[in-house]
Design a protein around this ligand. Structure first.
Ligand code: HEC
Ligand code: HEC
Length: 340
């Protein structure tokens, strides 16, 4: 709680004392100064759900979902990598450069909202975004349904699960059902939390720092993030210091609510598998974890931290790399290789 008191004092000059109380203090009070919990085991699935998962995976890797049949969900969310594209901003059809960095689809099911600005409530609703975004897949549901219906095997696979066959709702249901399997359990940190193994000295120190610095007041819960909105630049003007023009994407939740207070507010990202998902931040501006941690300490906590402290926090963050999703067991992923 020491850090919160300090934050309140530091911000007393600005209006957001109430903001600090509501946004930083409340989550701490309700969740005990922030806690991280292990990924729960997946529930066994019935045979219809298993079919949906297989169909969902096919659709996730299906280029017909894009206007010129060139891009699939997996083009930007590489399933054999860590569910990202490793680009500062994604590239869609016709080489269009997107507006924002692609977050991973791994463990997205645990985020309380989808997208950096939280504009989609569910994984299903999220899918309307990429399919229709002119800088991503640039298609429409009519077109997608027409193209899928033209393929007999898709017709058959949909009918087996859904009486009404190929519809936008069913495409979304299948993909989201697949995405809910994309969880990466049994990270070294989860094993530590459940008492199965210890952390090495540096990672242990890093976890202590992560708590005492106050990182955990924003990055917490099952996804070590993904359960609240926060301003980027609580303790300093990140965007001014970045030196490049402010984009629409930088405005964060403001795009959704149009409320001044929501400018530069983002859903806090998950830190699971973060060692594998560079570059970092919504603008892809940090290319290493060390950079990202330094920026966070400065702009979110008003702290200058030493290289040694950064190394410890990075060592801790690396313990958040989990096992590859079991549903992908046929294809070995980096996440899996790391965890073994
Ligand atoms: C051209 C690259 C591209 C394609 C194709 C693409 N995505 Fe994304 N995806 C992104 C970007 C960029 C974001 C972040 C957008 C934002 O927050 O405004 C994103 C966000 C997401 C999220 C939210 C994750 C989170 O933590 O908020 C999910 C889930 C997702 N995509 C799934 C999909 C699915 C399913 C498809 C296929 C139907 C797909 N994506 C196609 C680039 C892409
Ligand atoms: C006040 C809330 C808050 C605090 C405190 C905070 N973060 Fe963050 N963190 C965020 C937000 C919001 C973002 C997304 C910012 C953006 O993309 O512009 C973020 C992004 C990150 C990222 C990049 C993740 C990615 O996938 O791009 C890392 C790594 C990170 N934080 C680590 C830390 C560490 C380590 C600390 C402590 C030194 C910390 N954070 C403290 C809110 C916070």
């Amino acid at each position: 709680m020491g850090m919160l008191v300090k934050l309140r004092v530091a911000l007393a000059a600005k209006p957001p004392v109430l903001y600090v109380v509501v946004v930083l203090l409340l989550p701490c009070l309700t969740l005990g100064a922030g806690a991280i919990v292990p990924i729960p085991p997946l529930k066994p699935v019935d045979s219809i759900t298993a079919e949906k998962i297989r169909l969902g995976r096919s659709l996730f890797e299906e280029r017909l979902l894009s206007r010129d049949n060139s891009v699939s969900c997996s083009s930007c969310h590489d399933l054999s990598g860590a569910g990202v594209d490793h680009k500062p901003r994604s590239i869609g059809i016709n080489g269009a450069v997107g507006d924002i960095n692609a977050p991973t689809v791994f463990n997205a099911t645990f985020n309380f909202r989808q997208f950096w600005n939280g504009r989609a409530k569910t994984l299903e609703a999220q899918i309307d975004g990429p399919v229709q975004n002119p800088k991503e897949m640039g298609s429409s549901w009519n077109e997608v349904v027409r193209k899928l219906k033209a393929i007999q095997t898709y017709q058959d696979r949909f009918r087996k699960i859904y009486p009404d066959g190929v519809t936008p709702e069913n495409v979304k249901d299948a993909i989201a059902t697949f995405e809910r399997q994309l969880v990466t359990p049994d990270s070294r940190f989860d094993e530590f939390l459940s008492g199965k193994s210890a952390l090495d000295e540096l990672a242990k120190k890093g976890y202590e720092n992560f708590k005492s610095f106050g990182c955990i007041s924003c990055h917490q819960g099952v996804n070590v993030g993904g359960n609240m909105y926060q301003t980027m630049g609580v303790m300093g003007n990140y965007f001014k210091d970045r030196g490049t023009p402010i984009t629409e994407a930088d405005l964060g939740r403001f795009a959704v609510t149009k409320r001044e207070a929501d400018k530069y507010v983002f859903r806090v990202p998950s830190l699971r598998n973060v060692e594998l998902t560079a570059p970092y931040f919504h603008d892809g501006s940090a290319s290493t974890l060390e950079d990202a941690v330094r920026v966070m300490a400065k702009y979110q906590l008003g702290r200058q931290i030493s290289d040694r402290e950064i190394d410890s926090v990075v060592a801790f963050l690396k313990t958040l790399t989990g096992k590859a999703p079991a549903v992908l067991e046929n294809s070995r992923t980096t996440a899996g290789a790391k965890a073994q």
